[in-house]
Every structure is written in C-alpha cells, then in structure tokens.
Design a binder for this molecule. Structure first.
Ligand code: DGP
Length: 136
C-alpha cells in the first residue's frame, strides 16, 4: 500500500521508535501516546483490520503484545495494561493498517475506557445468541 503510513514505517521510510520486529510483526511507540510507553503492534504486511488479517499473523500480534506488556511491567514498572484494537472507522480506527494498542495504566492516571454498559437497551440476549452461535 503506497500511501499507508504504517507500511512506510515498516519499510523505514518514516521514522519510528522501534521496540520489536520479527518476520511477521513490528512494534513501535505511538506518536500520540495516551500514557508513557504506549506501543502499537502491527503486521508487517498490509492488512486493513481484523477482518482481513490471517489468523497466524493475529496470533503472533497477540503473542508479541503479551511480551510487550511484560516488558512494560519489567522496564517501566507499569501496574497494568489495556490492549485494544479499533477495526473499522465507526469503531474509531483512524489508520487503516491493522494495529493493536498496548497502553500502560497506573492507579494515578485517572483514565477511563469509553465503554459503559447500558441497562436500558432492552436487548433480547436469547435472540442475539441464536443468531451468533459459532461452530468450533
Ligand atoms: P487508531 O485511532 O486506533 O487508528 O490509532 C491510530 C494511532 O496511530 C494513534 O494513536 C496515533 C498513531 N499514529 C498515527 N500516525 C502515526 C505515525 O506516523 N507514527 C506513529 N508512531 N504513530 C502514529
């Protein structure tokens, strides 16, 4: 993808603060961190989001995210992490090259994730479950 910022980062055409690299995955500091040590873990190949990314690459992204979470604990002393992905514009995806955020958290950071359970949606859980059962 010629115009993709993250493809350019992988190729070294745009500077990044690299934390980790292997055959499939690249990890680097987010340029707009929500806390110190906010890292993005991405596939080296261009995949837009979770819908078009092969499972073996997703597995590697999650394995690397775990190692990075441990690294943040060991080296920066972070207490906890949020790991999340926005897949699709409506879900808040701004850069359309798959990325998982690994965000360091501490008791003092006063951050709240933006999802609050709603009691008044009148959702029929049984109806939804019947549409969604996934065969293993
Ligand atoms: P999202 O909203 O989930 O698509 O997150 C995109 C993230 O990518 C956002 O936290 C800022 C980061 N970002 C965007 N452009 C660059 C860049 O050129 N370099 C780095 N390091 N991060 C970037």
């Amino acid at each position: 993808m010629e115009d993709c910022i993250f493809c350019k980062i992988v190729k070294g055409e745009i500077l990044s603060h690299k934390i980790y690299e292997d055959d499939l995955v690249y990890a680097f500091l987010d340029v707009k961190p929500v806390s110190p040590g906010h890292i993005l873990v991405i596939p080296k190949d261009h995949h837009e989001n979770i819908f078009d990314c092969p499972e073996n690459i997703l597995s590697q992204i999650i394995k690397v995210s775990k190692k990075i979470a441990q690294l943040l604990k060991d080296k920066l002393g972070v207490e906890a992490v949020n790991i999340f992905n926005n897949s699709g514009g409506v879900a808040g995806q701004d850069v359309f090259h798959l990325h998982f955020h690994v965000v360091p958290r501490s008791k003092k950071d006063n951050m709240k994730m933006g999802f609050i359970g709603k009691k008044d949606l009148n959702i029929n859980l049984e109806e939804i479950k019947n549409k969604l059962v996934l065969e293993s």
